[in-house]
Design a protein around this ligand. Structure first.
Ligand SMILES: [Zn+2]
Length: 563
């Protein structure tokens, strides 16, 4: 008989140690020292992202102490179960719920257990050692069978599994007649497990496999050698040795999607780019999706080869993006329309995936690490082929009712002005964008075939260039005056190809903006220090947030991000 081994763990390193040591499942808890309570949402997602083979049973227990819960505590448990069901969607490994509720007189709370089992479906439910405190364990077992519980963790009603062996054997008999599997736990150790299995016929064992941590502070860590010893003691061949990834060997996938290409990076736990890979967009929306998914799958293989565990992925994309749903409503150049990009990638990669709007993602990076760092009210203006803004107000990114807030490029700045590709007239980006500047310079009789950068390079000697540049600065100042009066930002940050004009842009812009504002000062206008990396950095932050690891972002430094 093949005996299954389950190890209870309370962190990612423990789950990986259990996997490397040959265990079949982990039971994930917080606070093992108090018998295990519900782990955080971030911990659940991180463990599900890290393991590749072991099943993950997640403890749902709102506190230490007894198992008779108030109505409010039961509501917390039901909410945790709902979260867990969502986190388990797309997981690469089997996921289940471990829980137990007793009434105040110490018997099984059948009504509460039924609600938990129903809330968890389709995830299977294991009843934990609370059942050992019920007065008649065999009756409790039968009630759990009727509730549809798939497994019972028990020490046979005694303090240890060895002392409860007689009852365990009777429960194993019951399970053979068609009942929940019996998982023996309670002081199970490598030296005693063989006798326990032989004496009870139990097919699954559960243990803590901890040893004093390297921190030397009296805390415990899951020890891969204890796991190996237990697996060997139940007569299982030792797994092929492979190095356990260090707990800080984590990475995320970050994609900055442009109109014609996907720029993807593998970003390590310090925010450094480990590998960059690009792919072109396709001839159809589906082909573009395929190129992107294949690019991410290839990057994840490279991560594995380097011993890095990928926690999640973030994708910054142009167009109209429903960020909470991960759906690209419309992106013309990528030919995407109502594409559930986040859910599809999450399904294919088996990772949490977040999707963000490209300029808002760049604005996120700017507000964390760039020229707007620490400011809750800031506007990032990206001026490239077109113009778009990311608006941060009171610390919140403004998306708007139709997700199109920030279309600064299509604010009319010249009444009855030149036509825009959007159908309006006199839009800001008609005058102030890479495409607009080059087009207007040629139309005004300038040298043929120059792009915006070449036009800027001729400002000192070419009156046609100086004229269209002056129009561009005037249009941008008009737009920024509106932004300033409407939003009162602490700082305006410029990025995109146009901002490479540097002082040729900044100095006349500041003068014009100040001249348009009579009763208040203009906010400072700065160039982005992150430049074209902002989209990638924002996407990496989205990926980490999807994995529930905001704490990692707080440790990132600009020098590493751009290094
Ligand atoms: Zn327009």
């Amino acid at each position: 008989m093949r005996v299954l081994v389950e190890v209870c763990v309370d962190d990612v390193a423990g789950a990986l140690a259990a996997e490397v040591g040959g265990a079949d499942r982990v039971e994930l808890c917080a606070d093992l020292g108090r018998g295990g309570t519900t782990p955080s949402a971030g911990m659940v997602r991180a463990v599900l992202a890290a393991v590749t083979r072991v099943g993950v049973q997640v403890m749902v227990r709102p506190r230490g102490g007894d198992f008779a819960y108030s109505r409010a505590e039961l509501d917390v448990m039901l909410a945790d179960v709902a979260h867990l069901r969502a986190a388990a969607a797309g997981a690469r490994v089997p996921v289940g719920v471990v829980t137990g509720v007793l009434t105040t007189d110490g018997s099984l709370d059948v009504a509460a257990m039924r609600r938990l089992v129903e809330a968890a479906a389709p995830l299977p439910v294991t009843a934990h050692k609370a059942v050992d405190e019920t007065p008649d364990l065999e009756r409790t077992y039968d009630a759990l069978r009727d509730l549809g519980v798939v497994r019972v963790l028990t020490s046979g009603g005694a303090a240890t599994a060895a002392e409860g062996a007689t009852t365990l054997a009777r429960l194993v008999e019951r399970s053979r007649a068609g009942g929940p599997a019996v998982l023996a736990g309670g002081a199970v150790r490598p030296g005693t497990v063989a006798a326990l299995v032989a004496g009870t016929g139990v097919g699954e064992v559960h243990l803590r496999a901890q040893a004093p941590s390297d921190r030397g502070d009296g805390t415990l860590d899951t020890d891969v050698d204890v796991v190996r010893a237990l697996v060997a003691a139940v007569g299982r061949p030792a797994p092929t040795p492979r190095a356990a990834p260090a707990p800080d060997a984590w990475a995320v996938l970050a994609v900055d999607a442009g109109g014609t290409a996907f720029k993807a990076s593998l970003v390590d736990d310090r925010g450094r780019v480990v590998v960059r890979r690009d792919a072109r967009s396709g001839d159809s929306g589906e082909a573009s999706y395929r190129h992107l998914a294949d690019l991410l799958l290839a990057l994840r293989r490279e991560a594995t080869d380097r011993g890095l565990v990928v926690l999640g992925a973030g994708v910054a994309t142009p167009g109209m993006v429903d960020e909470p749903a991960g759906v690209v409503r419309y992106a013309s150049t990528l030919r995407w329309s109502d594409l559930p990009l986040g859910p599809r990638l999450a399904d294919e990669l088996g990772l949490p995936v977040a999707v963000g709007h490209d300029v808002r993602s760049a604005g996120l990076a700017e507000s964390l690490f760039g020229a707007a760092a620490g400011e809750g009210d800031a506007v990032l203006v990206s001026i490239g082929t077109g113009v778009a803004a990311s608006i941060l107000t009171g610390g919140h990114a403004v998306t708007g009712a139709q997700t199109t807030a920030g279309e600064l490029g299509h604010i009319p700045v010249v009444e009855d002005g030149e036509p825009c590709t959007c159908g309006q007239r006199g839009c800001l980006e008609v005058y102030c964008s890479g495409a607009g500047l080059a087009r207007r310079y040629a139309a005004a009789g300038g040298l043929p075939g120059l792009d915006a950068a070449a036009v800027v390079a001729r400002l000192d000697e070419d009156p046609v260039a100086a004229g269209v540049w002056d129009d561009a600065v005037r249009a941008l100042a008009q737009g920024l005056a509106t932004v300033t009066l409407l939003l009162d930002p602490r700082v305006v940050v410029l990025t995109g190809g146009f901002s490479r004009a540097g002082d040729r842009l900044l100095e006349p812009l500041r003068t014009r903006l100040a001249g348009l504002l009579a009763w208040r000062d203009a906010p400072p206008v700065r160039l982005s220090p992150l430049g074209t990396e902002a989209g990638r950095i924002g996407a990496a932050v989205l990926g980490l947030r999807a994995a529930g690891r905001d704490d990692v972002v707080e440790r990132w430094r600009v020098a590493d991000l751009l290094g």
